[in-house]
Design a protein around this ligand. Structure first.
Ligand code: ADP
Ligand code: MG
Length: 472
């Protein structure tokens, strides 16, 4: 199949000849009746396609976007071909023409310009969106692993509540860009004036808001706050597992927003169908919209991301170093960031040049740290010494704030410095559940950006751990 971008728009202004129209309508009817094509999918993916011409043995089809074409190619490769064959009694080659409407034609350019101009102006005066203004489309690098998710996110940001992608569910492993992408939707929709009220919340925040509202007898405030939102972004819905009451409240919030034509965007670390203990009725709501996954970045994307990070940090890095990092760190974008920051820190603390040697030694340390040099016990000991707390308090059930923080930091560091699974880390911390560890790691990661006190503590402890590691 051939896809081309057509600059001559007039070709499509002409009315289709009535014969072509009839043929195409019959094809569409056949597609609609196909058992694999649900009604919603038909409306979203097939109905917008137009037949522009039939020549020799070719059907020339006009699709409104590259995204739609890609989607059909991946998800419904044979359906159109089969329908054409059924109606025409013989096979035809399909040729697609991507016809960008003026609205979507320069989407990328429009986004870049407006984001550059306005990206600071992202919060409404009377309403804290909880969006991080740094998470915008402009600095979200596209690769094979995330391009569907990005295209879907753009479509939603352009017309919140008006596409079939409601809810939009973005899922994928940790550190691959889910939070970035969902916040980019919020930032974009807001600055483009597509919506008035955007609210970003994690599922944990939603849960604790809800619990607080029960305790303070203010459920109606809670409900009216969430139900007044035009674009609701809820991150990491896997943490709704096992929270029946909260799920119920979320279900009602979801329904009331959806019914009012408001947009909902959700993220999860796994496909919704694999979310344990999520009520069936919530799962079936998620089927109403679109679920897109994000896959780990390929080599080229990792290179591009590192180059962008280097530029953002205003450092010059040789391609050699970038390539070395991209070849050795493959799992997630967050880990790439971690390695780069470690390299920058090492170079600036010791006044060293950023050489390939230094890069190699850091990668080696990351690898080694992940094997034997540091144990969870070392980390607990170092952290509790730093905070002047008894080690066993970190393993106890105490919920005192300072202890909770020290405990979360040491769980976070255990995840970074050792090879232990979250399950094993939980066991080292007085037999805690792995979800508690996941939650702690995420809490610290999120807070590092906003809480300078915490960032300083983590940095100091890391310096001690790095020293131990180096001496090992
Ligand atoms: P997740 O929510 O999936 O765990 P995040 O959205 O928090 O991941 O991404 C981790 C880090 O990587 C963030 O700092 C984010 O800005 C960055 N990042 C993720 N994807 C991209 C991308 N495609 N281009 C540039 N930076 C990215
Ligand atoms: Mg996230």
């Amino acid at each position: 199949m051939i896809v081309q971008n057509l600059s001559n728009e007039n070709a499509f202004e002409e009315p289709m000849s009535s014969q072509i129209k009839i043929v195409w309508n019959q094809c569409l009817e056949t597609i609609k009746a196909h058992p694999k094509v649900h009604e919603q999918s038909f409306v979203t993916w097939f109905k917008p396609i137009k037949l522009v011409d039939i020549s020799d043995n070719k059907f020339i089809l006009n699709v409104p976007s590259q995204f739609l074409y890609d989607w059909i190619e991946v998800h419904y490769p044979e359906i159109i071909r089969d329908a054409v064959k059924q109606i025409m009694g013989q096979s035809y080659e399909l040729e697609y023409v991507v016809h960008n409407t003026p609205n979507s034609m320069h989407l990328n350019n429009i986004i870049q310009e407006s984001e550059l101009k306005n990206h600071i102006k992202t919060s409404q005066p009377d309403f804290d969106t909880k969006l991080n203004p740094k998470n915008i489309f402009k600095n979200f690098i596209e690769g094979d692993g995330n391009k569907f998710a990005k295209a879907a996110a753009l479509a939603v940001a352009e017309a919140p509540g008006q596409t079939a992608f409601n809810p939009l569910v973005i899922y994928g492993g940790t550190g691959l860009g889910k939070t970035h992408l969902m916040q980019a939707i919020g930032n974009f929709a807001l600055e483009q004036g597509k919506v008035d009220r955007v609210y970003y919340s994690t599922s944990e925040q939603f849960t604790s808001d809800f619990i607080n509202s029960i305790q303070n007898n203010s459920i109606s405030n809670f409900s009216s706050k969430y139900r007044s939102i035009d674009l609701l972004l809820i991150d990491d819905i896997q943490f709704f597992s096992n929270k029946g009451k909260t799920q119920e409240e979320f279900f009602h919030t979801f329904n009331s927003l959806h019914m009012a034509g408001k947009q909902i965007v959700l993220s999860s670390d796994r496909p919704p169908s694999e979310l344990k203990d999520l009520q069936e009725r919530l799962l079936s709501r998620f089927q109403w919209g679109l679920q897109v996954d994000i896959q780990p970045p390929d080599f080229e994307t990792r290179i591009a991301i590192l180059q962008q990070m280097a530029a953002q940090n205003k450092v010059e890095m040789s391609y050699e170093i970038i390539e070395y990092l991209a070849s050795n760190i493959t799992a997630s974008i967050r880990e790439l960031q971690g390695a780069l920051i470690r390299l920058l820190a090492q170079a600036s603390i010791n006044g060293e040049d950023m050489t390939l040697e230094l890069t190699k030694s850091i990668i080696q340390k990351i690898g080694k740290a992940k094997s034997e040099a540091l144990t969870i016990e070392n980390i607990i000991k170092t952290t509790s010494e730093y905070f002047n707390l008894q080690e066993n308090l970190l393993l106890s059930k105490t919920r005192k704030k300072e202890i909770v923080i020290a405990r979360q930091i040491s769980m976070y560091l255990s995840k970074i410095y050792t090879n232990h699974t979250v399950k094993s880390i939980g066991l080292h911390f007085g037999g805690r559940d792995h979800t508690t560890v996941l939650y702690s790691v995420k809490m610290v990661e999120d807070q590092l950006e906003y809480d300078s006190r915490l960032a300083k503590d983590v940095k100091n402890i890391r310096e001690k751990l790095d020293k131990m590691e180096n001496n090992a």
